[in-house]
Design a protein around this ligand. Structure first.
Ligand SMILES: *[C@@H]1O[C@H](CO)[C@@H](O)[C@H](O)[C@H]1NC(C)=O
Ligand SMILES: *[C@@H]1O[C@H](CO)[C@@H](O)[C@H](O)[C@H]1NC(C)=O
Length: 512
């Protein structure tokens, strides 16, 4: 009588049309990944809705069964002994007890609807991959990175004042970000978010305050003690926890009172950070020398026959070392073709070094060879603009940066050459194509040269990483600032030094 209307097969079919394979975990560093997560959640909504519908149907069946039994009992009471003189009634009562109730109890114990739901959820999770705790922590770290780079307080960040579309955080969001930062020992940042959570919670309704106040205070106290402010930590909890309480917070208080103070670790400050932060914000550094007024923008149709009809639009961003931006070299259609080529490749998240997640470079990247028409064309274009021999090129790297995605300052040249690089030589030049605009953030900055470049879709930037003498040029130290809003996609082609002897010869000046 209790039919099983839920079919595993139909759900699996439904799902498999949408399921795309996903790299396990590690989602936050690209927009594509977030879309995959959205698909995952859509599947969960469908499965859960089906589960609830079937569950309701089953409960309705139980209800009507119970109502029917009750009606039978009423009839039996009215009719008294006459009722039991009918053999059919005896049969029905016995059947109910032997079969129907038995079945009902068995279903409650081992519910096929719940089981099916579990099967579907497991299947979807296996196909699409669930995010993990590391992803959540990575996002919290990404927030702090943005705050630091763009000088945004937690409260401005939470109020969404920095973003073009109003987003704002609730006290709970702030609390959870604070806890994740605490767990990762970033106590200074954790403190800011926890104080914010506390202030916001105070504005909430009284029931909520009562329920969560101590949780927030407990973490605040723990954070203060890690920052070396023991008295503050003890005071916070002593005020909040009644002496006779059995709350866990009382144990925390006792633990804090006994704990010996430790000095907080001095945060490592990199000497590039000050310059980097200012440039990432799109501001120039104070200049020691007068501004180079000779930098100019011009159209160039002579460099290569390629550009006779469609001259290059060149912007000089820096001279010695030269950093040039070439505007409008890729069309939207061409960029779309590169996207398609990149989609075919499996993405490898670059923050994975073994199993350790590093924050130096947070992006997803793929490597493309030059076999397709668009890539072949791109290689010729790169050769024509750079004037360099493209024989020894590396695969082109396409990298995606999501919110908080960045690449901290580095040099593109290698400090020593081994393997195939012995033949190819070092990365004499970097050619970087911007394959997207970025709503906010994501500038390319050169902290030693006082240069920042805003990514503009279709533009390319090029510089030489080596002097003409093939000595590495340390001034080319550069970075990709974190993406504050939107996403960033770029591609890099590194041109190597072998076979460039006649194209970029040495001069008598060793430093040129
Ligand atoms: C950060 O912003 C605050 C005010 O919002 C300002 O006082 C401070 O100088 C800024 N710091 C930097 C390094 O830009
Ligand atoms: C910061 O920028 C200034 C001005 O351009 C420059 O003189 C200085 O060397 C830079 N510092 C670092 C560490 O790059």
């Amino acid at each position: 009588m209790f039919e099983q209307s839920f079919s595993v097969v139909s759900i699996l079919l439904l799902c498999s049309s949408l399921c795309i394979s996903a790299v396990n975990g590690e989602f936050y560093s690209s927009a594509d990944k977030m879309m995959e997560l959205e698909n995952l959640e859509k599947e969960l909504v469908i499965a859960t809705r089906n589960f609830l519908t079937d569950q309701e149907k089953q409960l309705d069946e139980y209800r009507s069964f119970v109502a029917r039994v009750k009606r039978e009992h009423e009839v039996a009471e009215q009719q008294g002994d006459d009722y039991w003189e009918l053999p059919l009634n005896t049969f029905r009562l016995t059947r109910r007890l032997v079969e129907d109730w038995e079945k009902l109890h068995a279903q409650l114990e081992d519910n096929p609807i719940t089981n099916t739901y579990q099967v579907v959820v497991d299947f979807v999770a296996k196909e699409l991959g669930f995010p993990e705790l590391d992803d959540l922590r990575g996002i919290a770290r990404g927030f702090v990175r943005l705050q630091k780079t763009y000088n945004i307080s937690a409260s401005d960040f939470a109020a969404g004042t920095e973003f073009s579309t109003g987003t704002f955080f609730l006290w709970r969001d702030c609390y959870e970000i604070g806890v994740h930062l605490y767990d990762q020992a970033d106590y200074k940042a954790a403190l800011e978010w926890l104080i914010l959570a506390y202030d916001m919670l105070e504005e909430a309704d009284i029931e909520e305050v009562k329920k969560f106040n101590l949780d927030v205070l407990e973490y605040l106290a723990l954070t203060y003690i890690e920052l070396g402010e023991k008295q503050m930590a003890v005071d916070i909890l002593a005020d909040a926890v009644p002496e006779d309480s059995s709350l866990p917070a009382l144990h925390t208080l006792k633990y804090l009172e006994k704990r010996t103070e430790k000095c907080p670790d001095q945060e490592e400050e990199m000497d590039w950070r000050a310059n980097y932060t200012i440039l990432c914000q799109g501001k120039h550094l104070p200049r020691n020398e007068p501004e180079d007024k000779t930098l100019r923008c011009y159209r160039d149709s002579k460099r290569h026959p390629f550009f006779r009809l469609a001259p290059l639009n060149v912007e000089e961003a820096h001279r010695n070392p030269d950093i040039h931006v070439y505007h409008g070299v890729l069309s939207d259609v061409q960029i779309e073709e590169i996207y398609v080529a990149a989609e075919d490749k499996t993405k490898v998240r670059s923050t994975l070094h073994g199993n350790r997640v590093s924050d130096i470079r947070v992006s997803q990247q793929v490597w493309l060879n030059y076999d397709t028409p668009i890539m072949e064309w791109l290689k010729r274009l790169t050769g024509a603009i750079s004037g360099l021999d493209m024989h020894y090129d590396e695969l082109m790297q396409v990298a995606d940066y999501g919110i908080g995605g960045q690449y901290t300052p580095h040099w593109d040249y290698m400090s020593s050459l081994s393997g195939e690089y012995e033949l190819m030589g070092n990365r004499i030049a970097t050619v970087m194509y911007y394959l997207s605009d970025v709503e906010q953030g994501g500038y390319t900055v050169f902290p030693q040269l006082n240069v920042f470049l805003q990514p503009i879709k279709g533009s390319m930037v090029m510089w030489h990483n080596q002097l003409r003498s093939l000595e590495n040029d340390e001034r080319t130290f550069h970075a990709g600032c974190p993406v504050l809003e939107g996403f960033k996609r770029i591609s890099n082609i590194w041109v190597h030094s072998t076979r460039q002897e006649f194209l970029r010869p040495c001069t008598l000046n060793k430093n040129e």
